[in-house]
Design a protein around this ligand. Sequence first.
Ligand code: GLA
Length: 402
Amino acid sequence: MSTLEEVFEETYGSPPTLLVRAPGRVNLIGEHIDYNGLPVFPMALQHEVRLALRPRDDETVRLHSNDQRFPPIHFEIEPAIEPWKKGSWGNYAKAPAQELAERFGIWQGFDGVLESDIPVAAGLSSSSAIVNAVGLALAHISEVSTEPRSLAAVMADAERYVGTQGGGMDQAISLGARDRCAAKITFHPLRLRHVVVPDDWCFIVADSGDVAEKSGALQAAYNLRRKECDEALRVMTAHLATEKITAQLCMSYPDLCGTIDAETLIKISEQVLQGSLLRRFRHAVTEAARVDEAVDRMLAADVHGFGALMDASHASLKTDYHVSTAALDELVAVAKEGGAAGARLTGAGFGGCVVVLASRWTVGEVLETLVTEYFERRHQAERLEERLFVAVPCRGASIREI
Ligand code: GLA
């Protein structure tokens, strides 16, 4: 098989001059709360997007992918780039171009060839890795800051171009991660606290096989949850101000969670909110508390404590947030049967993957149980190495000359 550089030369007739890589991620805990400004705790994966490129002297971006599913694209950089139709992969390249053009006036394009081994539509941020890789390339060419945190904030805004009102977790971890570490990410301002993953902990990623295509039909369900969280916050803060429990009428989720403890907040919310607003609010508040606790459990190398928090997170995502599926629930149950310390769906849900925590001593048994009781039973055991693997916490995106 030809290397990325060889494909580049075959495609464009001369060698590339820059090589970018941007990893996917698995979120350990803190799901569906980044868009509320609440903390999350992901790590970057060994799977990544690689982009070989050569800058051009004009506004054109030409991009080929090694993956047959993604046909070649080209477009001109300008501050208002017309998106292709929903679901087109090229929109993930247009997104950073348009954002950087609008904010920093960049115009210089490139010829590029891209390859990726991040499973697609599996909740492992394959699309944010494309946004980050293209964004890092364009920013580097035009000498815009590529400092991970400032670029991550720009890329988080950029990706909303595709229509999903995402938070900033995926872009931040893919750009800012460190080797061997997970990172607690807090927002406004964006900060990453790097925590070394204990040597004898294994995070297994298992793909349910249900496709979680975020730019498709599930986009509406995702965006609706964000709206419901906003509405729940509005009702709660108005109530707290009227009752003179807090002084401000408008508060953010982090302000609220920093002022009143989770247990009290839940008690009040059970009186003030109903139906899905109550459930979304309860998930957001309890999940944020679990993230703080999870960081402490990892620092203390308490595998069972961390695992219990993952289990509680899954239960909350299933019953209060309604983003799980029968297949994800089954994977979680099978992993637990196999002796996992904890398991939960990871990413936006509605399909995709689970993340499972096991110790070095139990990981073999957990993997074996997942193979026999889930993948073989469902006759899905082919190309298993892509669907079941132990995650290696890797460093964030980089660019180098070749
Ligand atoms: C997607 C979004 C993230 C985050 C997760 C759910 O991956 O891009 O910002 O909201 O879903 O935690």
